[in-house]
Design a protein. Structure first.
Length: 242
């Protein structure tokens, strides 16, 4: 942040971080450099914040509400709570932050997602869900990006990114580059998207590509995609020969 802060702060960047980031020196440093922040704030590590919340709760200053979302498949309810101007630590000169909690249960009441955050952003009934969704991006990045790199075909944990030798860093960079290329293909390549829909898994697609390119040279990526797509088209009926 010290090196790149002046470059990015004019863009209105909000920093996301886990509870290790949620301490006053780091929060003040972020604010002094022009950043906002949304950091995880848990009871175990922020006893002063939750002592204040207990006091504010008795006075009705912790505001509850319920948001409603359509995920594309189902409607979800997001119960939330928020409070403002809470000291991040003990002391009269403590930094004041806003606090929010967001929970997403399923239709049976099982918790799908729960998070509590401290933020420099103003909180009110109109924007608390938006701030909560921004904080949730860390969770999505961890589960949809990092977890994919570790457990879904990229094998990122298999010593490629560990150790001090240059080869480890090179292999880690190649893995990240492959993940980036595959993500762009899923967004922008119509032939790739169709193949992903027709094959049972990404592993099957990559395996087929590896096999085909071992035995045949294709003029271009698009030629390879079109060749693979043709295998799903109906073959013409065989004609009897005399």
């Amino acid at each position: 942040m010290a090196e790149w802060g002046l470059d990015y702060s004019p863009l209105g960047v909000t920093l996301l971080g886990d509870e290790l980031s949620c301490h006053e020196p780091g929060c003040r440093d972020a604010l002094n450099r022009g950043f906002g922040f949304i950091f995880v704030c848990k009871p175990a590590s922020h006893a002063n914040v939750y002592a204040w919340l207990e006091f504010l709760q008795r006075g009705g200053a912790v505001k509850p509400g319920v948001g409603r979302r359509w995920t594309g498949q189902r409607r979800e309810l997001d119960p939330y709570r928020y409070a403002t101007s809470i000291p991040l630590r003990d002391g009269n000169d403590a930094l004041l932050v806003n606090w929010g909690a967001l929970t997403t249960p399923d239709e049976h009441g099982n918790v799908l997602y729960h998070n509590t955050v401290a933020t420099s952003r103003a909180l009110n009934a109109r924007n608390v869900l938006e701030v909560g969704a921004a904080g949730r991006c860390r969770w999505k990045i961890e589960n949809e990006n990092n977890n994919t790199l570790k457990t879904k075909r990229y094998h990122f944990e298999h010593n490629y990114g560990h150790g001090q030798q240059p080869l480890s860093a090179l292999l880690a960079s190649l893995i990240l580059l492959a993940f980036l290329v595959h993500t762009v293909l899923e967004w922008m390549d119509d032939q790739y998207q169709l193949l992903r829909q027709q094959l049972p898994s990404p592993q099957r697609l990559f395996s087929d590509i590896r096999t085909l390119t071992s035995y045949r040279c294709f003029e271009s990526w698009r030629a390879l995609m079109m060749f693979m797509r043709q295998s799903f088209e109906s073959a013409p009926p065989l004609r009897e020969t005399g």
